[in-house]
Design a protein around this ligand. Structure first.
Ligand code: NAD
Length: 474
């Protein structure tokens, strides 16, 4: 019989068992401000113990075949499915996502399992006159996954599943703002996993650097801000750890004059404001051709007015609160800057008073190129809309960013759309659509938006080194 699982008690998991701590921390429900459950603050000793247990688990796991690993990892999915509903509720409370999106994230991890469990990891053979070369995908060893707060559970799946299938052990470190779903997920996975293979540590700001500096961690799979990503890479360089860095973005969306305004404006607005704008790859700047600018802005304002926002438990609510007070301070700063500089607010523009970390969905009418709302990743439900007239010039403005995560082009003219899309300096570009990332295609940033790829048919290889066997046994 499956053990009882409590969704109101949370502990770190080290070597297959619960690990509490002297110090505790907790998250908040961003919709209500309510303090959530205690979680342990991991110590350096916990990190050392987890890395040691991971190395031990890795020794046996690396010897298993891909088919055997798939069987074990598939069993984790079976356990998870039994608790699917509870994870939706947990995500709602810890993240503030409206119910439909919290359930949506709980479902994403199922899709991730199903996609990754179908992948292959075949050797590649190169035949030469004097030998055969066999290119093998070998595991790195101990992976540390460091996660942000905007998708607390989807980021566990996106890293853990391919890392395990590659033959690695993994230690997961959730964001201090959203530790709960990662802690609970790893706890239930212990029902079917060998001890030490998947562990989870919640903690404070010391925990990430302990992992990135640990000499026995072989790879860091990091998702977070550009600033933290640079620190991770610096720490990793000390022992030449491998890194995947999935970092921030400031995605430009270029709207051509031939589009159907009434169709595109609402799509674009809802795409930008999904998850309260707290999405790495989403529309963050909009450039609309001068011939349709006024009409587009009017349609976008109408679309914003139609967005239901507020209490994530409310019926049909699309836009909930900002996830945490640190981020809310940043959001407030951006909203204040728009007011202080006197930029034209087409709709919204205010931080909502009262409990909960709410900001009004807002559009800013043609702010200057150097406005913070244009140059910075706002991670908020506020969008700048600017005018363009010359294709070359708008591409230059779109590319005038150190980031290069995503981008979009909207046009009915395929040749023109392709031409603009191919000129954008971004890892994923979407023609006539917002950034709907899929497991089936790789994703990652260029420029300062990151290094390495996640997802796609080669996802398991992302957690491997390559070994080449040169053999002349005939
Ligand atoms: P963050 O960089 O503040 O924190 C991310 C994680 O890194 C947290 O777990 C944090 O504790 C840890 N961390 C912070 N400093 C560290 C250090 N020096 N060493 C090791 N770990 C450290 O980011 P955040 O605010 O949690 O997330 C928002 C950012 O993440 C946004 O910029 C967003 O665009 C980006 N993001 C990117 C993707 C992607 O796939 N490219 C996906 C989601 C979020």
């Amino acid at each position: 019989m499956a053990p009882e699982v409590s969704f109101t008690s949370f502990k770190n998991i080290v070597n297959g068992g619960f690990r509490d701590a002297k110090e505790h921390t907790y998250g908040h429900n961003p919709a209500t401000g309510e303090q959530l459950w205690d979680v342990p603050v991991a110590t350096k000793q916990d990190v050392d113990d987890a890395v040691q247990a991971a190395r031990t688990a890795f020794k046996s796991w690396r010897k298993t075949t891909l088919a055997e690993r798939k069987k074990t990892v598939g069993a984790v999915l079976d356990v998870y499915k039994r608790h699917f509903r509870e994870f939706g509720d947990l995500l709602l409370k810890e993240n503030g996502k409206p119910t439909v999106f919290a359930d949506g994230e709980a479902k994403i991890i199922i899709d991730q399992f199903e996609f990754y469990l179908d992948l292959k990891l075949d050797d590649e053979v190169i035949e030469l006159k004097d030998r055969t070369c066999i290119k093998r995908w070998v595991p790195v060893g101990v992976v540390a996954a460091i996660l942000p707060w905007n998708f607390p559970l989807a980021n566990v799946g996106g890293k853990m599943i391919p890392a395990l299938l590659a033959g690695n052990a993994i230690i997961i470190k959730p964001s201090p703002f959203t530790p709960y779903s990662a802690l609970k997920f790893v706890e239930i996975a212990q029902q079917v996993l060998p001890p030490g293979l998947v562990q989870v540590l919640a903690g404070d700001d010391r925990l990430g650097p302990w992992l990135t500096h640990h000499p026995d961690v072989g790879k860091i799979a990091f998702t977070g801000s550009v600033a933290s990503g640079k620190k991770v890479m610096e720490a990793a360089s000390k022992t030449l750890k491998r890194v995947i860095l999935e970092l921030g973005g400031n995605d430009a969306s270029i709207v051509c004059p031939d589009i159907d305004v009434d169709e595109v404006a609402p799509k674009l607005v809802r795409g930008a404001f999904f998850n309260s704008g707290q999405v790495c790859a989403t529309v963050k700047r909009v450039y609309v051709h001068q011939d349709i600018y006024d009409k587009f802005l009017a349609a976008a304002v109408k679309a914003v007015n139609a967005v239901k926002w507020g209490d994530p438990l409310g019926a049909d609510v699309f836009l909930g609160p900002t996830q945490n007070s640190m981020q809310f301070t940043k959001v407030k700063d951006i909203y204040d800057d728009v007011k202080d500089k006197g930029y034209k607010v087409a709709v919204g523009g205010n931080i909502a008073p009262g409990n909960g970390l709410y900001a009004e969905p807002s559009l800013i009418d043609n702010p200057p190129n150097d406005a913070r709302i244009v140059t910075e990743e706002q991670f908020a439900p506020m969008l700048p809309i600017q005018v363009w007239s010359d294709e070359e010039e708008v591409i230059e403005r779109a590319n005038d960013s150190k980031m290069g995560l995503g981008g979009n082009v909207w046009s009915k003219d395929e040749t023109r759309a392709r031409r603009i899309a191919e000129s954008l300096e971004a890892g994923s570009v979407f023609i006539n659509g917002v950034e709907m990332l899929t497991n089936h295609a790789p994703y990652g940033g260029i420029k300062e938006s990151g290094i390495g790829l996640e997802g796609g048919p080669d996802a398991i290889k992302g957690y491997c080194d390559v070994q080449v066997l040169h053999t002349n046994i005939r």
